[in-house]
Design a protein around this ligand. Structure first.
Ligand code: PEP
Length: 252
């Protein structure tokens, strides 16, 4: 089975509900009929209901940027899977480097959140990637393989079908620095080989692996042309309808 491109926007902490409605209303006709990839927007929690409503009848899918692993309880500031499900969320980003860097997310909590999200029926965009010092020290491959192993621990081959792995070198996120297509492809290949070791060759061939890190309308085509890159997780450029549409077009 050929892998399908997935182009996902990560809005981070940007856009109010009113801006969300306006953005999706403008974007929908621009990406209409571009059906060779799945199009996802991961928006702030408070924008999800508005985004789902605005995206009804379009080819745009809506995701969240995190989910807690418990069903409910004394976890101030967190949001559960069933809360997100009820308002029409389909995807959830887990383990983004900003969660790992600024909010104490670890491979253990990423694994727990991933399991909870899969149990609730979400598609998970699982983020891994090395810091600059790791790349400079030449340990990117080991580090990324370790993240994949820890983050997927205990996840069945059946559940893996709903996991998309986003390779995001931390030094390339929001910096304007992009991994070269060759660097990105090589590390996505390491991720695919790690999945092969864990789940077998067939699962490795099927799993969708995105690149993320300053992907934009100029560099998307070269990155997406690489064998192991099946899409993009896009921050800054997903906040501009023109740039995001151009990336979607590059995945056709
Ligand atoms: C991201 O937020 O996952 C990301 C890749 O951001 P940017 O495209 O802005 O680097």
């Amino acid at each position: 089975m050929a892998r399908r491109y997935v182009i996902a926007g990560n809005w981070k902490m940007n856009q109010t509900p009113a801006q969300t409605k306006e953005f999706i209303t403008a974007l929908a006709p621009m990406v209409a009929g571009k059906d060779n990839c799945d199009i996802v927007l991961c928006v702030p929690f408070v924008d999800i209901a508005t985004a789902v409503e605005a995206a009804k009848g379009t080819n745009i899918h809506i995701g969240a940027q995190n989910v807690h692993f418990e069903e409910k309880g004394a976890f101030t500031g967190e949001v559960s899977a069933n809360m997100l499900k009820e308002i029409g969320t389909e995807y959830v980003i887990i383990g983004h480097s900003e969660r790992r860097q600024y909010f104490g997310e670890t491979d253990e909590t990423v694994n727990k959140r991933t399991k909870a999200a899969l149990a609730a029926g979400f598609k998970v965009l699982l983020c891994v990637g090395e810091m600059l010092d790791a790349r400079q020290a030449g340990i990117t491959d080991e580090l990324v393989a370790m993240q994949v192993k820890l983050d997927l621990a205990g996840i069945s081959a059946d559940d893996l079908k709903n996991v998309i792995i986003a390779y995001e070198p931390v030094w390339a996120i929001g910096t304007g620095l992009t991994a070269t297509p060759e660097q990105a492809d090589e590390t996505c290949g390491v991720i695919r080989a790690t999945v092969a070791k864990l789940y077998g060759e067939a699962a490795a061939k099927e799993i969708i692996i995105q690149y993320g890190g300053s992907m934009n309308d100029k560099n998307a085509a070269d990155l997406l042309a690489k064998e192991n890159i099946d899409g993009g997780l896009i921050g800054g450029a997903s906040l501009k309808t023109d740039a995001f549409t151009a990336i979607v077009s590059a995945a056709q």
